[in-house]
Design a protein around this ligand. Structure first.
Ligand SMILES: [Zn+2]
Length: 408
């Protein structure tokens, strides 16, 4: 296991320089996918990679691959990467850290004159956030065969502009086919949760990503006047919804500590203070890393919805709109990360990713691992997102070791 390390200051300076492209007054970043700002950030990354001696290839989804040649370039590359698009009120670390950590690994290999057997690549995945072009992770999804190219290119923003059109406009509609053999893929990312910081642990060895089931519910009762309608004659859609919200929360607790269950959006009709609510629309999000437990949570949730509807005489429409199975990362890659953290003397723990990442799709077609580093108060998707230079460098050092372990 190599003990060579990366350059903390250079990584930090690169992150700060990149963060200026779309930088906000509150210290965050607003760099939506395929805007002029995304183009500037891509151009900067490409120029840095060329300075580091890399060749650049861009595929038809605009994914960018910067390659540092190996001794045997017929071998599939060891790939590192993440995304540089942000939420509208995003931070300077979510995504871009994994991209620039990849570049820092390449720069460090150059500094130390290290040759690898397989080529090593740093990648940008297009439109990970999905905030301009839903759904999220669409380009890594095409790479992994989850979506076809036609679907990916035709995703549109609120103005009707498509990914394909915007890629062409900013000069990143590449000609390479989407998808290729990859020896191993590593993604470094801020945790976006509070666990590492709370436990004063530097490295999260990501073993799995949670499975997710998303639902939309409409509960229909009867609108009526809040005064003259006796309690026992009411069909109050909000009372039924409130019961479901509480049950959803209990289901998460019953399957703790790894389960998560959330109602994040609710619309009440007619939403008037003296009208008994006649209809409520809301969403439910259930997550667990073990598919059998996720199925149990699903069954409990559905059974309760039926029970509630019949008890209260309400109509229920329940639709599952998205299912993403749990992703176990490759044992070989996970142990490369764990051993690297160990050898470098960093505190570490196994951790499950609660969020989706490009790695979750890439894992379907290549052995994949992820490295988490702490972020302040676990805050992300927020302009206040912060991470410490030393933690970011630690994650980058682990990335370097894990990559050398796979590429040598
Ligand atoms: Zn991210």
């Amino acid at each position: 296991m190599s003990r060579i390390t990366t350059n903390e200051q250079r990584l930090w300076d690169s992150l700060m320089a990149m963060g200026e492209i779309g930088g906000t007054e509150k210290g965050g970043c607003c760099r939506l996918a395929l805007t002029d700002l995304d183009q500037q950030a891509r151009d900067l990354f490409v120029s840095w990679c060329k300075e580091a001696g890399c060749t650049i290839r861009i595929d038809q989804m605009g994914n960018v691959f910067a390659r540092r040649a190996g001794r045997n370039n017929a071998l599939p590359p060891v790939l590192m990467g993440s995304h540089i698009d942000t939420q509208p009120t995003g931070g300077k670390f979510d995504g871009v850290y994994g991209v620039l950590a990849g570049l820092e690994v390449i720069r460090s290999l150059n500094d130390h004159g290290i040759e690898t057997e397989a080529p090593v690549e740093a990648a940008i995945w297009t439109n990970e956030e999905g905030s301009r072009f839903p759904p999220a992770m669409v380009a890594s999804g095409v790479f992994a065969g989850v979506f076809d190219l036609e679907y990916g290119l035709s995703r549109a923003d609120l103005d009707g502009k498509t990914i394909g059109e915007e890629l062409a406009r900013i000069g990143y509609a590449g000609d390479q086919p989407v998808g290729k053999p990859v020896k191993a893929y590593f993604e470094a990312h801020i945790e976006q949760g509070p666990i590492l910081e709370a436990e004063e642990t530097t490295i999260g060895v990501v073993t799995d990503a949670q499975g997710q089931r998303w639902y939309e519910l409409t509960i229909t009762g009867q609108e009526a006047h809040a005064g003259p309608t006796p309690m026992l004659r009411r069909k109050d859609a909000l009372v039924g919804s409130a019961r479901v919200v509480d049950r959803v929360n209990q289901i998460g607790l019953e399957h703790g500590p790894l389960a998560c269950s959330t109602v994040g959006l609710m619309q009440v009709f007619p939403n008037s203070r003296n009208v008994i609510p006649g209809e409520v629309f809301f969403t439910v999000d259930l997550r667990h890393p073990d598919d059998s437990v996720l199925s149990e949570m699903d069954a409990k949730f559905r059974a309760y919805c039926d029970q509630m509807a019949s008890e209260l005489g309400l109509e229920l429409q329940l639709e599952e709109i998205w299912y993403s199975p749990p992703v176990p990362f490759a044992e070989d890659c996970v142990s490369s990360v764990r051993q690297a953290a160990q050898a470098l003397g960093y505190s570490h723990r196994d951790i499950v990713s609660g969020a989706g990442h490009d790695a979750c799709y890439v894992a379907r077609v290549a052995p994949t691992g992820m490295i988490f580093v702490p972020c302040e108060d676990g805050i992300s998707h927020n302009e206040l997102e912060r991470a410490k230079a030393e933690d970011l460098a630690a994650g980058c050092n682990v990335l370097l070791s894990a990559v050398l372990n796979q590429a040598c």
